[in-house]
Design a protein around this ligand. Structure first.
Ligand code: ZN
Length: 370
């Protein structure tokens, strides 16, 4: 444990003082032939072990091709600084007529460029949009079902390790950030659960917790957000019960915007649904972003609250890390730093739990190959 902490501190120190080049970083030491890439053989023997299951890369599109290289480099610096071996990147949950859509196909080149460091989830730019479209039309036609199945199959063929990011309740935080809502038991969500079971891939779902009807917290603008929020937990449980072979990830535990995603709710829903998993997000700048402090896992001093530790210990195989850092080339998104703050929570866990949440669980949930 002690060795690990000093290693982590050293990694962090190097990371903090690293410039945009990799000189002097663990990456630099790993990259034996100095070609800016770490190959599988170079990787062998590395101390990086953790898996971060949820991050977004953004960049500029030039002549149709999205340039994610600057964002990938920033991600790698943060991964190297925190001991993250593998980063799962995914398209955000997008809506109909989305401005600047981003698809899994935009992300695969990054995974190919840095083998073993990135893997891709897909569906946020397509499957989620199809669900939003079906809700707008108020129907699900045979043609929609066919297109939905075909896209899922295409993503599987292309090598996604899961489906996501999907949204059932997604608040708009700013202009160009859509409000989205969808019942978790919508026919296409149930269909996705069946597809997930069929292909052995999990589904990442973004959902603000709304156990009962409530007013929209006043810090969010309505519109585009609604004034009243409709309950969504019962429908989510119907999705979970629909196909127990489908692994469902309820993402962003620790980033609660309704104040209702409590330890008690989390415990109850995990106990009742063996196919439910959650990814933990300790967002950088949490307080500035006004998330509900009562349901934040850390106290004012940054210590993990005992009731959260007890929850993790009660369900040690159901949690993974998912920082949800939106990495821009300018590295100035409000979520910048979330990989470090999220992975940093591992330091506060007993060793066995640290390994489970840090990486072991991810290999049981996602299709990571080993
Ligand atoms: Zn999300």
């Amino acid at each position: 444990m002690k060795t690990w902490i000093s290693t982590a501190v050293a990694f962090l120190w190097v990371g903090l003082f690293a410039t945009s080049s990799f000189a002097g970083t663990p990456f630099d030491r790993m990259d034996a032939n100095n070609d800016g890439k770490v190959t599988r053989s170079e990787y062998k023997g590395s101390k990086w072990i953790y898996v971060d299951t949820h991050n977004h890369l953004v960049g500029r599109r030039v002549r149709g091709r999205l340039n994610l290289e600057p964002a990938a480099r920033i991600a790698l610096e943060n991964m190297d600084a925190t001991g993250v071996k593998l980063n799962l990147i995914l398209p955000m949950p997008q809506t109909v007529q989305q401005k600047d859509p981003l698809l899994a196909e935009d992300l695969f080149p990054v995974a190919r460029e840095y083998p073993g460091r990135f893997a891709v989830l897909g569906g946020g730019g397509t499957l989620n949009v199809m669900i939003q479209q079906a809700i707008r039309e108020g129907r699900v036609t045979k043609a929609m079902e066919k297109a939905f199945d075909a896209r899922a199959e295409e993503l599987v063929r292309e090598g996604v390790v899961g489906f996501g990011e999907m949204a059932t309740e997604h608040f708009s935080m700013s202009q160009d950030h859509p409000y989205e809502t969808a019942p978790s038991d919508h026919p296409l969500f149930l269909r996705l659960a069946d597809l997930a079971a069929k292909y052995g891939l999990p589904v990442d779902i973004h959902m603000e917790a709304i156990p009962e009807e409530m007013p929209m917290p006043s810090r969010f603008h309505s519109p585009p957000n609604p004034k009243t929020l409709k309950p969504n937990i019962a429908a989510f449980c119907r999705l979970l019960a629909h196909n127990r072979k489908a692994k469902i990830l309820w993402v962003h535990l620790g980033w609660d915007n309704t104040g209702k995603r409590t330890v008690a709710l989390t415990r109850k829903i995990l106990a009742e649904n063996p196919n439910l998993y959650m990814s933990i997000r300790i967002a950088s700048g949490m307080r500035e972003r006004k998330a509900a402090p009562r349901t934040f896992p850390l106290d004012r001093e940054g210590r993990l609250k005992p009731q959260w530790l007890a929850l993790f210990q009660e369900f040690p195989d159901r949690f993974v890390l998912g920082s949800d850092e939106i990495i821009k080339p300018s590295n100035d998104h409000p979520s910048a730093g979330s990989i470090r703050t999220t992975v940093g929570i591992l330091e506060q866990l007993p060793e066995a739990l640290r390994k489970q949440i840090g990486y072991q669980n991810t290999y049981h949930i996602y299709k990571l190959g080993k």
